[in-house]
Design a protein around this ligand. Structure first.
Ligand code: UDP
Length: 237
């Protein structure tokens, strides 16, 4: 079982921030998650965050509508910056000291990504939100999360999604789908279990970072994962 008491990277998909809405940010949902992040950091865990942008824009969707894929991806990365700024504000409102660092420099809005300064912030108990993904098109924020987790030496990558773990098939479409408590990186790669893109899983595997998939829609689940309680899937060696 991985040590979840040290430095952890929490990836939140943009979709989760929509709450029950079809688009954008549902403020009560965001505030609830921000309060839970605060509660978790008060246990002594050092948290860094990556937030997706799928609630606002995805490059592949924009490309399907005729936009150049690269332009769409840059817009997707800007969407993650908007989510990061909103979440940063929600964290501060909950008494959590936090900083946003963007992979694409935008100095009048937030800090630029720097490993050293991110580590210094975390040592001071601040939550760092890594925005703008990897800064490059054709990647996802899952990959950005695995990359930053490797760079800052995280003990685990917590993937907060809408489901309480990895299933053999989409449980919404196939109610008989099997839920796994534990899988290997190889299982995800060979069985094409669609929980994370393969670049992200490969990066996590190469860095030996366990990935824990859980439902951040379930109140209290984040703290549960850190205390090794509740329902989640651990992906490891
Ligand atoms: N994106 C990108 N490079 C990255 C990370 C993200 O181009 O390193 C773009 C891509 O268009 C993606 C969008 O930003 O669709 C939003 O990120 P993602 O789809 O990962 O968000 P999530 O599904 O987690 O909400």
């Amino acid at each position: 079982m991985p040590d979840r008491s040290g430095r952890l990277l929490l990836k939140i998909s943009g979709e989760v921030l929509m709450g029950g809405e079809p688009f954008g940010i549902d403020v009560p949902t965001m505030n609830r998650i921000a309060a839970e992040v605060g509660e978790t950091t008060r246990t002594g865990v050092k948290l860094a965050l990556v937030i997706g942008g799928g609630n606002l824009l995805r490059g592949v969707t924009a490309a399907a509508q005729g936009m150049h894929r690269v332009t769409g991806d840059y817009m997707g990365m800007l969407a993650t910056v908007m989510n990061a700024l909103a979440f940063d504000s929600a964290l501060k409102a909950n008494g959590v000291d936090s900083r946003v660092q963007s992979a694409i420099p935008m100095p009048s809005i937030c800090e630029s990504y720097s490993r050293d300064s991110a580590l210094r912030h975390m040592a001071k108990g601040r939550v760092v939100i890594f925005a703008a993904g990897t800064g490059s098109p054709f990647f996802t924020t899952d990959t950005a999360a695995a990359l930053r987790a490797a760079e800052i030496g995280c003990d685990g990558l917590l993937k907060g999604t809408s489901v309480d773990g990895v299933y053999s098939a989409d449980p919404k479409e196939q109610p008989a789908a099997r839920r796994y408590d534990r899988l290997t990186y190889g299982d995800i790669l060979t069985q094409d279990l669609k929980i994370m893109d393969l670049t992200a899983i490969t990066l996590a595997r190469n860095s030996g970072i366990p990935v824990i998939v859980f439902s951040i829609r379930t109140p209290g689940a984040l703290l549960g994962v850190v205390k090794n309680q509740g329902r989640f899937t651990v992906i490891g060696a």
